[in-house]
Write a protein that binds this ligand. Structure first.
Ligand code: ZN
Length: 290
């Protein structure tokens, strides 16, 4: 008797969820974490993954960003096949890398290459937080360094979109070394009058925020991006004070002089094109007003 009741219940409970699966296939709807509105993923993608209701900027992977920023078919990728080793023999590291390679169809947490933005050439590096939280290991540092060197060689600007949880702990000090290596490459590029534009996206933290992300001639960010070195809780515990609500947001950093502008994703391509034009030809376009 009891057994029958449980069986019946189970069967009944499974019907609506099966039905729901057919009605709303996974990924077709997306809920905004800020305003909680549920919207069609297709519509959200069309709006450059910016919430139509509240303007929240959803994370983008490298492929999506290349599509919205660079002129069609202009992107030529560098060092696509470069993959991580496990220099410290960290248990389970290579398995985790392999899993993310399958998930993202990318070999690492940064995609580098060259292309044109509204006709202006640039070398571009785009970090991807969907791969190991965009953490910076030896391959990420090496690919970024090689991209900077390529920009220097071809005498074109270098643009980087950052998104990172910081240094990759599984590579220990080799990961930290990438901060110095990328910073040195930027310095050498800068000495030859190379133009560096950094755009910090959510989140840009740890060793990435403390190296190349903050070394642009222009340092920009997307609205609402979390940008900082150590986490809020650690700082609060250390200084024994409560930090402001908007601490470590792009808007807070702009207010305190650490950023040159916070740029809405819809305006990003035009504003980058404006700067590339200005530096290349002394173009006469107007900087778009917010
Ligand atoms: Zn929203």
């Amino acid at each position: 008797m009891l057994k029958d009741i449980f069986t019946k219940k189970k069967k009944y409970a499974s019907v609506p969820s099966e039905q729901a699966k057919h009605d709303v296939p996974e990924g077709i709807m997306t809920k905004c974490p800020k305003c909680k509105k549920i919207m069609l993923t297709k519509e959200l993608d069309k709006n450059l993954r910016v919430c139509m209701n509240c303007g929240h900027h959803f994370p983008m992977n490298a492929k999506q960003r290349i599509e919205i920023l660079l002129d069609e078919n202009s992107f030529e990728e560098f060092n696509q096949g470069m993959i991580s080793e496990n220099p410290l023999g960290f248990p389970g590291y290579l398995e985790k890398i392999e899993k993310d390679r399958e998930k993202t169809s990318q070999n690492e947490a940064v995609v580098t290459g060259k292309g044109t933005i509204s006709g202006f050439p640039a070398v571009i590096a785009i970090m991807d937080s969907t791969f190991r939280m965009g953490s910076m290991g030896s391959v990420v540092g090496e690919k970024i360094t090689l991209a900077i060197e390529k920009a220097k060689e071809e005498k074109v600007p270098f643009i980087i979109f950052t998104a990172s949880g910081g240094a990759r702990m599984q590579e220990g000090v080799l990961s930290l070394m990438q901060m110095a290596k990328t910073s040195s490459a930027l310095k050498l590029f800068s000495e030859e009058q190379g133009l560096i534009i950094s755009v910090m996206t959510h989140p840009t933290t740890g060793g990435v925020s403390a190296s190349f992300a903050s070394l642009g001639d222009y340092n920009f960010a997307e609205p609402g991006a979390l940008i900082g070195f150590a986490g809020r809780r650690i700082i609060e515990q250390t200084i024994g004070e409560k930090l402001p609500e908007d601490f470590q947001t792009a808007e807070f950093l702009l207010k305190h002089g650490q950023l040159d502008a916070v740029i809405h994703r819809n305006d990003m391509k035009d504003k980058l094109a404006f700067l590339l034009d200005m530096h290349q030809t002394g173009g006469e376009h107007e900087w778009l007003q917010d």
